[in-house]
Design a protein around this ligand. Sequence first.
Ligand code: DP6
Length: 354
Amino acid sequence: MADQKVYQASTTAPVNIAVVKYWGKRDAKLNLPTNSSVSVTLSQADLRTHTTAACSSSFTEDTLLLNSSSQDVSGPRTQACFRELRSLRAALEESNPSLPKLSTLPLRIVSENNFPTAAGLASSAAGFAALVRAIANLYELPSSPTDLSRIARQGSGSACRSLFGGYVAWQMGWKADGSDSVAVEIAPASHWPTMRALILVVSAEKKGVSSTSGMQITVGTSGLFQRRAEIVVPKHMAEMEKAILEKDFQAFGKVTMMESNSFHATCLDTFPPIFYLNDVSRAAIRVVEDINREAGKIIAAYTFDAGPNAVIYYEEKDTEAVAGVLNGALGNLDGWQSRNIKAQSTSALDARAV
Ligand code: DP6
């Protein structure tokens, strides 16, 4: 009888929130971006995806269950991740014939998020990062986080940055095959451990225009977009990396807010326009401006992704002046919930059980 053993491995991956934004693809098939980006990884105690990958000859086909609901795995992005990981495993099996032949077995993936999936909280980032690392663990691949980021990028661009804790850059790369479009660590979380993020959930509903389609309409129609990709982002990348290395919150906060504004300006300049911010988002921006004016310097920095929810970065010593004031000013508004979150301090927990 054929070996019906079930091989499995589990992992978790964190959410990341960009401070220099990825928006636009130069190659939609390989998911190659038009500009580099930077993010801060958030604590897994608060926001994470837990994924178990299993394979067995007793399974009939590849399946993926997310929060107990069955997902389509036939799309090109999931298929690209499966294909790349299987071919790395096949190469290992070829060089070591005593290894079990896992590369040809159907995969069963089970994922759980501990936060609302479509709340604009970068669920696809943690999701694809966890999926890729769970399968890499199952296959016992010797790949580095940067190697795996190249694969996760093909699932969802921002996912490549969730393979690292701390402060992470996704280098856009120049090669046509995408081999140099990978994530690298700028600094571990321990380099600047006092960084905090406050997430203000304005709406937990699914976003109106998905990032994937929104960014390509921007690329096709916005005149501001080219200037952003060619001039604004390279300047912000250099300033942001320096701010992180020097733990300079003034500079970090200024670039974070200008980046968010530049990204949402190109959304407005898209035709037809894309509105991700709403009145409550704009109220949050005004409260942050008041907090900084009161402090006489930048102690709080807002950023918004493809939705109305605000993420406010600040340092632990300013918790009362930032999180306290924001909760006081906006906490009573209908629909607002907020959570204080640490920048992540360790790399993900890996439980392996092959
Ligand atoms: C606004 O990574 O979700 O959050 O590659 O099409 O899956 P796809 O896009 P996705 O876009 C994220 C856009 C953003 C900015 C960012 O995270 O850098």
